[in-house]
Design a protein around this ligand. Sequence first.
Ligand code: UD1
Ligand code: MG
Length: 463
Amino acid sequence: MKRYGAVILAAGKGTRMKSNCCKVLHPVAGRPMLAYVLDAVRTLSLDRIGVVIGHQAEDVMRCFDDGDLNFVKQDPQLGTGHAVKQCYELFQGFDGHVLIMCGDTPLVKPETLDGFIRYHDENSSLLSVLTTNLENPFGYGRILRDCAGNVAKIVEEKDACDPEKAIKEINTGIYIVECSLLFRLLDRLKAENAQKEYYLTDVVSWANREGVTVHGCRTEDSCVVMGVNSRSDVAAANGVVWNRIRWELMSEGTTLLDPSSFYGDFGITVGPDTVIYPNVMITGNSSIGRDCVIEPGCFINDSRIGDRVRVLLGSKLDDVEISEDVSIGPMAHLRPKAKIGKNARIGNFVEVKNTTVGDRTKAAHLTYLGDSQIGDDVNIGCGTITCNYDGKKKHRTIIENRCFVGSDVQFVAPVEIGSGSVIGAGSTITKDVPPNSLAVSRSKQKTFPLRLGQGLAPKNEDR
Ligand code: UD1
Ligand code: MG
């Protein structure tokens, strides 16, 4: 069995993305596209993996440094051939073959690479190129085969003449080359082309000149080798990965009422028998329990949701923790560090931020709970506001177990309400309330008779 190493090219800026963020860090279904390439490569038994970095090198390293990768810097970035050449030292004395691929190929599957390595092995090849046929080959290098069917040359789009542009077989940017041959050929590259770059693809014609046969392995699954170069390519890759995630979830027992309008990031989990309505997006590090219902128009990010939770129409949850049997929404906004206890109810137009809500507690309508700690079995009346901000600092509101808060109450924080207390409707609470007390702070009602014909509003002299 031959030994294999890998080089992944990730140094380019990705000019066609027109972005400040380097291309390989652009997310596909919520995850940098390079992560998918590394996943696929890591499934192979490789002796060493080199990742060529350049543009935003520190950011790329920070994202992916798991100790098994050798980061090699390319500065300046003079083309794909020049990029691989930077790995010369890493592969010095390496008695094996090197798989080379681009970090902008996020749809690649482990079985594609595995099959390609087997092909290379079975043909006792020194240089193999993975190719595919595309109906629209625009932008890719075209494969020129010789009369024996081997690869004679790869011509880049920008250097191709019209008959070459008409070729539908393209270079996927995935190659396997015997190590010493690779670096010998790289030494011969010249930047004499439309882009004035050292093209890796030119190793093919240099190999031919040395009498080395270049094998072209054509894969039928052209979708998985798509290179991402532009925003519309990112959109297409997103579409493919989202679809994969939909099918995975459904095969694990989640109901998606309209799979095409469900968007789930890579890595989210959803339990069996959970029903997700149309137009739902679940992103980041989110997990949803079993037997939940997520109604239309909900957006859930970085949140952990227990079993049998109902997230009703149009709710947004971001970085929150929801226990079992909770009902949220419709139109609720749960912001970072909201923690909702078992059997609780957060109703319509309720906003919760940096607040713990206890078990069986209800805030059913039109309420803001911020920087608060609400105990178990508390009733928060409609229109309650925790006034947490004094213009300079945020303050906490504590409402202990079994309190009953009437409608339209403002808690001017910092303030604490002892357990079992009742707050009268319409009160503005500025002082702590001891346990088992009734607190009311509102002016007494005055009632005046209206004389017939005076209209609805009392005149001034009546007040
Ligand atoms: C490349 C191939 C093309 C192939 C296509 C497949 C060359 C010259 N062309 O074109 O034949 O059909 O991929 O997707 O190789 N990179 C570096 N350093 C550099 C330049 C690029 O590390 O100096 C990296 C990029 O970060 C990227 C990869 O190499 O991950 C490919 O570069 P890109 O500019 O996307 O090449 P393509 O035009 O797609
Ligand atoms: Mg590319």
